[in-house]
Each structure stands twice: as structure tokens, then as C-alpha cells.
Design a protein around this ligand. Structure first.
Ligand code: PMP
Length: 380
């Protein structure tokens, strides 16, 4: 082996050593340093920036995680067998149709790593969830970002244009990411639109329907893409325990797909990707239907109340079937976000999504929502 020249004079910088796909990426912007803010201000901040579920998880989930602590010196079950069996029963499918993820984020990333390379393209919507372009870039694949529906659209302003997305699929397209409902817009498309989309897309294109917020849906005409997985082997449905089940900090998600898709993903999955507390908590949370119903009902009524209160103050929200609303100010939102922050109310500015005139506000507990309104009143 010939010796490589040493260049000890130059400062070490690994940036130039990054592979091409990673060199093209920017690190995720996590927003405000919340742990530091909590330490400084304690409970006085209203955290409405991350679409968490402020009602908290099922008490049974907390209990199960406490019990799991006793065995924390052991590795978790690498198969996640108990959680997978519970999910399989819940959805009436085989356990060979499920992959567990350290949050659904991990699964969304794994899909491009397993199925796309630089010769392939990946289709997603403008204003779709931010992870889709990152997953595409991480695999070095070519992004096809399809313009969103216009702001004036009757049911899904700034939402996915499924006809345009189907038309954007090319011979080299491997994956399409759809979020239903979508983050950050909160918009959705109905069952019929998805069925049509699947009929319009070749079977070799994997269609990922990200249903992170599906449990919050209460509008007629939108159920779940899970009802279609038996008829469409190219359909992949991603779900999470972070939102309605309120286990964002535990990190548990899953996807349902054809067994052959699962088998490919399992080659790359880190064997202990779900820790033992997350496995126990998710299983117990899934079993507590009463808590989920309580979350659904509370979220729906709080969202309706908040949207009405905001409207009274002249703030227009996009239609939402999630646990957040996108407020369209019609002018740059950065200043208002700053003023709310100074009053201890954290919301998410959407400039990074190309929506600088909007703020995304999670539905909090009533007292947090009231703090938001009071801060808005004081800021206007
Ligand atoms: N999909 C969507 C649409 C999301 O908004 C989020 C989280 N913000 C995720 C997936 C990932 O969630 P998690 O990794 O916590 O499951």
C-alpha cells in the first residue's frame, strides 16, 4: 500500500470526508433549546411548538414502563414480539406485516435507505412533512417536489395535489411519500382520493402513507389506508405512538406493509431499535381504548374552541384534522413568534417550510391555549 501524504498542518475537518449524500444535507433545526428554557422558567412556558399531546399517555402505559424498569439491565426483545402481536391483533393482520421503529421518523428514513439510490426518484408534496426530502437526500436519490394545492382550495389549502403527484411519477420513481393528515398544514385527503391514486401509480412504486395523526381524524370520508394494504402490496402505512398515544419521548412507531417489504426493511433495522420501556409503554397504550377516546374527544373540542377564539381575533386557521392548526397571518410571522416566545408561549414558525407567513400551533390543555390567546392579545 502506498503511503498517503500527511497534511498535519491543515486543521482536521471531516466535512470533506462526508459521503456525497450526507454532504448535501443540513442538520435538523430543533428550534428553541427547550430543556434549557424549562430549567430557566419551569412550568411557566406553554409548549405548543412540537405537536405533542399535552393530555399525556394512558396511566397504564406509565405503569407498564415503570414495571419494565426492573429489567432495564437486559437488552430489549429484538423482535418486539409482544408489541407486534398486539398490533397484529389490533389491525387483524399477520405479524410478518409489521416493522417497529424508534419513532416513525426512523422508518421513514429507512425506506429510502432500503429502496432508493441515486438512480431513483422520490415524489413528495411541497409543504409535506420535512423528513421526506431529508430521507430522499440521505439516499442520494432525486427529489420530485410536487406543488401543493393553491391556498384558495376549498378543502385542502396548501395540501397534497394527488393528481399532480400521480402525474409526477416517472419510470425511475421508487417511492412516494403522502402524509394524511399532513404536517405542517393539518390538511387531509379522503379515502376515495387515495384509492384513485393507488390505481394511477404503477405497482413497482412504493406508496408510503404517513398516518402519524390519523387517530385524531373525525371527519367523514377519511378512515385509514390500512384498509387497503391487503389489495395493494406496494402500499406502506406508517403510524406512531408519539401523537394521540402521547409517548413522543419513548420513541415508538411502526409500519404495516407487504411481508416482502418488511423482510427488506428488517435487513437494515438496528436489532434493539426500540428500548424496553418504549415496547412496554406502547403495548399498554394500545390496549387502553378509553384513554384514546378521551384524547380524541378532548382534542376535537379544544381544537374547535381554539379555532373559533383565533377567528374572533382575526387569525385564520387552515382546516385541520390533527392536534395542531396552521395559522395563516397573511404577513411575515417571525415577529409575532418572537413576541409570543417572550411571553413564554412557544409555537413553531414555518419559514423553513417556505411558509413564512404562518405559525403552527399545537392544541394544548385549556390553560395553555388560554395563555396563547392572552399572549396574542398582548402582542397585537
Ligand atoms: N410523520 C409526521 C407527519 C410527523 O409530523 C411526525 C412528527 N412530527 C412524524 C411522522 C414522526 O414522528 P415520530 O418519529 O415521533 O413517530
Amino acid at each position: 500500500m502506498t503511503a498517503r501524504p500527511r497534511c498535519d498542518d491543515a486543521p482536521f475537518d471531516a466535512t470533506r470526508l462526508a459521503n456525497a449524500a450526507t454532504a448535501a444535507l443540513r442538520a435538523y433545526d430543533p428550534g428553541h433549546d427547550l430543556p434549557a428554557l424549562r430549567q430557566r422558567f419551569g412550568a411557566v412556558i406553554a409548549e405548543l411548538g412540537s405537536n405533542e399531546n399535552a393530555l399525556g399517555p394512558s396511566p397504564r402505559a406509565i405503569e407498564a414502563m415503570r414495571a419494565a424498569l426492573a429489567d432495564v439491565f437486559r437488552y430489549p426483545d429484538p423482535r418486539g414480539a409482544a408489541l407486534k402481536a398486539a398490533l397484529a391483533r389490533h389491525w387483524g393482520i399477520g405479524v410478518d406485516r409489521i416493522v417497529l421503529g424508534n419513532g416513525s421518523h426512523e422508518l421513514l428514513m429507512m425506506l429510502t435507505q432500503c429502496f432508493a439510490d441515486p438512480a431513483h426518484s422520490v415524489v413528495f408534496s411541497q409543504y409535506g412533512f420535512a423528513v421526506y426530502p431529508i430521507a430522499t437526500a440521505a439516499a442520494g436519490a432525486q427529489p420530485i417536489c410536487v406543488p401543493a394545492l393553491p391556498r384558495t382550495h376549498a378543502t385542502a389549502p396548501l395540501g397534497h395535489d394527488l393528481d399532480a403527484m400521480a402525474a409526477a411519477v416517472r419510470a425511475d420513481t421508487r417511492l412516494v411519500y403522502l402524509a394524511n393528515p399532513n404536517n405542517p398544514t393539518g390538511t387531509w385527503f379522503g379515502d376515495g382520493a387515495l384509492t384513485r391514486f393507488l390505481e394511477n401509480v404503477p405497482r413497482d412504486v412504493l406508496v408510503v402513507v404517513d398516518e402519524a395523526y390519523n387517530e385524531f381524524v373525525d371527519t367523514p370520508g377519511l378512515s385509514t389506508a390500512l384498509r387497503l394494504v391487503d389489495d395493494h402490496p406496494n402500499l406502506i402505512v406508517a403510524r406512531t405512538f408519539s401523537k394521540a398515544y402521547a409517548l413522543a419521548g419513548a420513541r415508538a412507531g411502526y409500519l404495516v406493509a407487504d411481508a416482502s417489504v418488511v423482510a427488506v426493511l428488517e435487513r437494515l433495522r438496528e436489532s434493539f431499535n426500540l428500548n424496553s420501556l418504549a415496547l412496554a409503554g406502547a403495548e399498554a397504550a394500545l390496549a387502553d381504548r378509553d384513554h384514546l377516546d378521551h384524547v380524541r374527544r378532548t382534542n376535537a373540542s379544544e381544537r374547535a374552541w381554539l379555532v373559533a377564539e383565533l377567528a374572533q381575533r382575526g387569525y385564520a386557521c387552515l382546516p385541520s384534522q390533527t392536534n395542531f392548526v396552521l395559522v395563516d397571518l397573511g404577513r411575515d410571522a417571525a415577529q409575532l413568534e418572537r413576541r409570543l416566545f417572550e411571553r413564554g408561549v412557544i409555537v413553531r414558525p414555518m419559514g423553513g417550510y417556505g411558509l413564512p407567513h404562518t405559525l403552527r400551533i399545537s392544541i394544548g390543555r385549556r390553560e395553555e391555549n388560554e395563555r396563547l390567546l392572552a399572549a396574542l392579545d398582548a402582542s397585537s
